[in-house]
Ligand binder design. Structure first.
Ligand SMILES: Nc1nc2c(ncn2[C@@H]2O[C@H](COP(=O)(O)OP(=O)(O)OP(=O)(O)O)[C@@H](O)[C@H]2O)c(=O)[nH]1
Length: 397
């Protein structure tokens, strides 16, 4: 069995400095033969002579696949898979460095390296091993982009008319799924602003190694052969999830001096769907990230997931409540996930709202009071919930 080739993937919004960093790393990595794959839609601007002998530069584009549920998700195109396989088989390279397009989400890219592609019959796990997922953040633009409320479509950066993603959604996806978070363009912001930004990024992504850079100047060893990547660990590295699972004290670094804080809103009473949606539509600007499971009185069988980033908020059904399953199915869940039993309510089972809120200068008491007003009142609670209006009208299959 030959040694698997380690792979580093660079993600980051358009113009954040991925190519600049790639050039720097290639210039300074003398010991390894690094093959570069630019998964980019713009012109290649990597100096060809920087690429080590025997390796090649490949240019592929990402294919965006429209899933049956209507959401657009990007996946790496066949030719990238084939290209990686070709490079790996060549046996003349020691490392693969991939630059993703600025509008791609990192999870599908990581999945490409972690699972067999059944359609193409290519199993990259045989040749390669994902080593590091790097996300580059533009220190100068981050806040502006995050709060812009703009969609990729409005910025003419979308993949097609059906690409409904907001810039903030993309930024948060890239930050929440990485092992190394590079804060680039630090020359363009003040020390204080940098410090504040770093604290916010820490609250959103507490696990990744955070590195400040100017012009992408970084030690190659910080992003090559770090051995940091672990799919499960990275999937669970987001700040909101840590807050939910471990509780505030166990993970949150002290950030109060910059006004950055987080808390979990937890209630065993359902929301009035219309009032809750109204709250989501007018969330206070101090909330940077809100995500969690929602119990809506109109949707007794399914837990909803609220995911908000910047001014973009989305609510969707995420899974059945265990309490809505048949008794035998419930027993299976209890066996597999004993924690469900620990938090089981006699009357409502696992139905409850657990919403993590991360923000700057949060007025926690007011937010809690406003959210409480969205819960069913005593009267509503004691009457039938059937007649409640449905703000979503999803089609159920
Ligand atoms: N001031 C400043 N400019 C930088 C820095 N890093 C990169 N740039 C500039 O920012 C611009 C974008 O950098 P790129 O490296 O092309 O960014 P990218 O992420 O590869 O961009 P896309 O390929 O469009 O996604 C270039 O003009 C760089 O010279 C930095 O740290 N400070």
């Amino acid at each position: 069995m030959t040694k698997k080739i380690p792979v580093t993937v660079l993600s980051g919004y358009l113009g954040s400095g991925k190519t600049t960093m790639m050039n720097h790393v290639l210039q300074n990595e003398k010991d390894m033969r690094v093959a570069v794959i630019v998964n980019d839609m713009s012109e290649i601007n990597i100096d060809a002579e920087l690429i080590a002998n025997g390796s090649g530069i490949s240019r592929t584009e990402e294919k965006f696949v429209e899933l049956s549920n209507g959401c657009i998700c990007c996946t790496l195109r066949e030719d990238l898979l084939q290209e990686v396989e070709r490079l790996a088989r060549l046996g003349t390279i020691d490392y693969i460095l991939i630059e993703s397009t600025g509008i791609s989400e990192p999870i599908p890219v990581a999945q490409t390296f972690s699972y067999l592609d059944e359609e193409l019959g290519i199993d990259l796990t045989k040749f390669c091993q994902l080593d590091t997922m790097v996300t580059v953040v533009d220190a100068n633009r981050f806040w502006h982009d995050f709060q812009s409320g703009e969609s990729l479509l409005e910025r003419k950066e979308a993949v097609g008319e059906l690409d409904e993603r907001d810039v903030a959604d993309l930024l948060i996806d890239q930050i929440e799924f990485c092992d190394v978070l590079v804060l680039n363009k630090c020359d363009l912001v003040s020390d204080e602003e940098l410090e504040r930004l770093e604290r916010i990024l820490r609250a959103l992504q507490p696990e990744a190694k955070l590195i400040r850079t100017v012009d992408g100047v970084i030690e190659p060893a910080e992003i090559l052969n770090t051995g940091r990547f672990d799919f499960e660990r990275v999937s669970e590295s987001a700040g909101w999830l840590k807050e939910l699972e471990l509780g505030h004290e166990n993970h949150t670094p002290e950030t109060e001096e910059y006004g950055i804080s987080s808390f979990v809103y937890k209630r065993r009473r359902p929301f009035h769907p219309m009032r809750f949606v109204e709250w989501c539509d007018h969330m206070p600007e101090s909330i940077v990230r809100a995500k969690g499971i929602i119990w809506s009185a109109k949707h007794q069988d399914v837990a909803l997931l609220l995911s908000q980033a910047g001014s973009s908020a989305k609510i969707e059904p995420v899974s059945y409540w265990v309490a809505a399953l048949l008794k035998e199915q419930q027993q299976d869940v209890f066996l597999q996930s004993p924690e469900v039993v620990e938090d089981w309510d006699e009357e409502f089972g696992d139905r409850m709202t657990q919403l993590v809120i991360i923000g700057v200068d949060l007025d926690r008491e007011t937010i809690i009071k406003e959210l409480d007003k969205c819960l069913l009142t005593e009267d509503e609670f004691n009457n039938s919930w059937e007649g409640l209006q449905d703000p979503f009208n999803w089609e159920w299959h």
